[in-house]
Design a protein around this ligand. Sequence first.
Ligand SMILES: Nc1nc2c(ncn2[C@@H]2O[C@H](COP(=O)(O)OP(=O)(O)OP(=O)(O)O)[C@@H](O)[C@H]2O)c(=O)[nH]1
Ligand SMILES: [Mg+2]
Length: 1128
Amino acid sequence: MPSIPEAELIRLQANQAHVRNICILAHVDHGKTTLSDSLLASNGIISSKLAGKVRFLDSRADEQERGITMESSAISLYFKIRRRVAAASIAAAANKAAAASATAVPSGNVTDQSNDTTTTTTTTTAAKEEDSAANSGTSTPAESVAEEYLINLIDSPGHVDFSGEVSTASRLCDGALVLVDAVEGVCTQTHTVLRQAWKESVRPVLVINKIDRLITELQFTPLEAYIHLNKILEQVNAVMGTFFSENVLEEDYRKKAEKKKDQEGKESTTGLEDMFSDWHVETQDDSHIYFHPSQGNVIFASAIDGWAFRVDQFAAIYAQKLGMKEGVLRKCLWGDFYLDPKTKRVIGYKGLKGRALKPLAIHLVLDNVWKVYDVVVCNPDKEMTEKVVKSLNLKVLPRDMRSKDTRAVLTTIFSQWLPLSTCVLLAVVEQLPSPAAAQKIRMPKMLHPFETTPPEPTEDWEKGMIDCDPTSGVVAYVSKMVSVPLDVLPKNKRKTLSAEEMRQRGRAQREQMVAAAKSAELGEVGVHLDVDEVVANRLQKEAEEKAAADELEGKEALIGFSRIYSGTVRVGQKLKVLGPKYDPANPTQHCSEVTVDSLFMIMGRDLIGLDQVPAGNVFGIGGLEGHVLKYGTLWSAEWEGGQNLVGKGLETAPIVRVALEPEDPSQMAQLVRGLQLLNQADPSVQVLTQETGEHVILTSGEVHLQRCMADLRERFARIEISMSEPIVPFRETAVDAPAQIVTSSAMAVNEAQGRDQGEKLIAKSETGARGTIVATTPNRHVRFVVRTVPIPEDLKKYLLDHAEQIQSYVEDNGGSSNTKNNSGAAVLMGEVETGEKAKAQKKLLDELTPLFAQAGEDWKGREKDILAFGPRRVGPNLLINQLGFDFSRNRGNNSNTTDAEESSSNGGITVQDMAESIQTGFQIATNGGPLCSEPMLGMAFFLQEIEILESSQEVGGEGRSKMAVSSGQVITSMRDACRLGFLEWSPRLMLAMYSCDIQTTAEVLGKVYAVIARRKGKILHEEMKEGTPFFSIQALLPVVESFGFSDDIRKRTSGAASPQLIFSHFEVLDMDPFWVPNTVEELEDLGEKADRENVAKKYMDVVRKRKGLFVEQKIVEHAEKQRTLRKN
Ligand SMILES: Nc1nc2c(ncn2[C@@H]2O[C@H](COP(=O)(O)OP(=O)(O)OP(=O)(O)O)[C@@H](O)[C@H]2O)c(=O)[nH]1
Ligand SMILES: [Mg+2]
């Protein structure tokens, strides 16, 4: 099949109604890349024989090796349909969709169950005819019209480590093909991608792939398969249903809140109405969101065998044969509809009257597909195969039929009967919206995410975006920066000469030589080229080309992967770039100007240079390097202001952290440059430089880490890099368990023990409750009492679950409170502000109140006294003011000082001056606990007393300078007091846990369990997938134990199971890291150290060692001299 000329594709970009931007989304390994192969083959990009085998879009070596996609790739495809317009009824053209599906029918059916040989010849135009591009030369019926489409396709990775790429892809697209493996059904990532599509208002088409597995692997009968497929449809629709109801409830809540607000203004009187309206959730029509074969939004496919169909294709064949209207039959082809053999009419379930008839879907659709598999693969029978081929009206070359490879025969038959690309591309064209249609719905949602009914657009840019207007100003969104080798750029590409060009070149050269020879013969003077010179010239030219190419080799350029919503972007145009933090209220910040350097159409690894791109297309843009880090918005330079289009994706939290250094220390600069490039090119990696100067990258999982390392080594830094062991985060917490005998190691660990001349400055309070610590600064100016308490479960859960809310609240408040009181404190101290912030604060307080009340007497009502969250001002630990007076205000701000306060403020330093230091101490302590300097989780610190001791009551300059010293000392004292208080309880380590989903067969179940158990995982749930021999297991696995887990499981089960690991939460390891055997039995059983038993200690020591903290270790274990017992 000839490949499509670039000019065709470029021409189509401008024809908005005929452009589709789509992505393929699915769980890992459900066949996305395999499916895209067939689509590429239809454009002649790869040979159709190789489709389904090469996985062309997995162009990286590691992708091919591992068999999973790691980076999304884009490609633009051309698709041409010939629609038959019946000469008599041009009106049919109005009903385009119906006409289209009428033409897109397969050329026949296989067998009719009632008599084995019937074929239909009703549909004369073979699928080939509408097949993309294939038939530019074929003669067409006079009534047919050709329609051409440009389909910008993005293949996304399904592995959970790369879910960031899914958000990128869905942001750029208007429609999605959501694949589901017919055997595995709905998996975790299927759920995630459906949610992402829903959130972005991307319209999905469901593709149930790998149907061949039901036939050859599970050996289902058509009936069993039908039931199974219905179950999958139900599962997917259930997922869609939950999104819908979430939306409805949310909207309802919002409406009610608005109504309530209105009524509050009007002094509501209608109590009864309120009562009822609470019960009333508006019913909304949700039929459009579900998948059903009769709606045309479900494709059944086998990507590997290259076929796919929608039931309406069969409706077109059978309509005439059964004497039914096609539209009617299409509605009955899936569901409880049967063909009455006597009356030849379609009847419903009721009409069955006890007869055992097959549903139409089996009778007319599945049986046919099964039949082909049966005669070709399951029970190969040459004769029958030929019969079937004949009955299908297909033309298969005898050579192909004789092939020993049954799969090849199958592919050949199907490629003519139910070609995958035609079916899928037709569904895309019919079911998924054009950019203009999609933007009408998507843009208002994107611009006003919190409003039920977005306001009418008023600004030019808003109108431009909603109308997808190519004549308006430019608005585009750059969703990621892709790194491409410089030699791929069109301007650098060595032009590959076509055969004709080469011939011409040769001819010219020969003529030159002849001319040279002639002129030499004639003894002409003047410009004189001899033969050698001509050859030398050519060689030199080639050498120059090669040198230029060599110079480019290995260099990378960054290209912005973008979607244009409005206007037309042109090379050389000036545009504004708005960074992700751009705020329209502050239009000069995070905004810079760029000149568009180049524009590209992305064709997998190849790029086609463009001069301009009109609204509604996905494209690549050069010249953003240094202006856009990972994503950003491009805005017409003529327009004032701008709008930030950066959305929130579903990136998995980066959890795996490694430190990197070059093997050769002199290559540090390359590493740093490489890391910069990596940081730009991959939205979900984080690159940091630690306080220690180490370069650290954070990735979302092991596979992601491996890809990043491969990228660094081979593309970005191009040096050898050594990598530390993965650094896994822990958390420290304490529980209310009986106090352990604090062992010597605990004491050693506790660097908090400040001793001064034999006197403890920071010590346990003799009288206070557990966890109470009295601390005095070393200069004895400040004394305070702080009590540490583990936060009760419910409250802790709330804090963890609402981290985002707390963060946005604290961030919002940070700025304003800093101006008011420079301590930045009083997070919830009832600062009355108006507007959104006050509302958010009130909401937070309202939600915290019952939780604090439940937590016990000490806690009741204290939610108003929260001084800070920690660590980093937002974490799940609390600093609570129990002093009884407002501690956070600056003196200047305080008009209503209390007695207690006055007594301690003697005109000199006041306790309030220490507020910031106390908080800093708290932040430091919660950021690094006493066990192994990892962040604390779920600890509360009640500040009970604070006083400035007599000796510091000096006024004037001296007092002030003392204050500076004191505040420094308060920080360390507070830090140490918090840590010591923490150790007063029973300290525990918390392990980061992955939730792990594994699909496996019953035979290897035992092995999977063994691997999980050995790695200290826990099985949460195990379920047999109904109707299949597959088990789905859910487990929790500590991240520290997870390295190599996937490989381990794959090896042990010979590839039958592959797990998906997603970071889930931190879990307490219920084991005291300081525990040592005490009783006689324990000592006997476990030995003196029992370090093998104490996993918590083992983890703690590893971290301490890494951080260079003290580790109690007996280095010499057996000090006796080695003796040789037997002497010769
Ligand atoms: N039996 C069968 N196998 C298939 C089919 N489609 C794909 N496969 C196989 O499934 C495996 C995964 O296919 P891919 O196309 O790489 O899957 P993917 O969804 O792109 O995977 P990721 O990109 O890693 O998420 C390959 O071994 C394919 O050969 C199908 O229709 N039938
Ligand atoms: Mg893939």
